[in-house]
Design a protein around this ligand. Structure first.
Ligand SMILES: [Zn+2]
Length: 91
């Protein structure tokens, strides 16, 4: 039997499953801040999306991200997350 050494997650927007490294984790911190978790280890409730601002916006628009995180996501937060994803892609 093959074993998955890498945890498989799926994007809350498009449902594409991928290795953890292909997706990015959005986390609601214990302080209630919604932020991008580039380490994948931040404490708090998390949801995965593709490393794509398009999937981020779709996840927010369809309210999947707020449902997954049990948090309201403001437009300001969306902008910050989109920016962080774009910067992460360049890195
Ligand atoms: Zn996606």
């Amino acid at each position: 039997m093959m074993q998955h050494k890498v945890p498989i997650r799926s994007c809350v927007a498009c449902r594409t499953a991928g290795e953890k490294s292909r997706l990015v984790r959005v986390v609601r911190t214990p302080e209630g801040k919604v932020t991008l978790d580039l380490t994948g280890k931040a404490a708090g409730r998390g949801a995965y999306i593709c490393r794509s601002a398009e999937c981020l916006r779709r996840a927010v628009k369809e309210r999947r991200l707020s449902k997954a995180l049990h948090a309201e996501i403001s437009e300001e937060t969306v902008q910050q997350l989109a920016k962080a994803i774009e910067q992460g892609l360049e890195a």
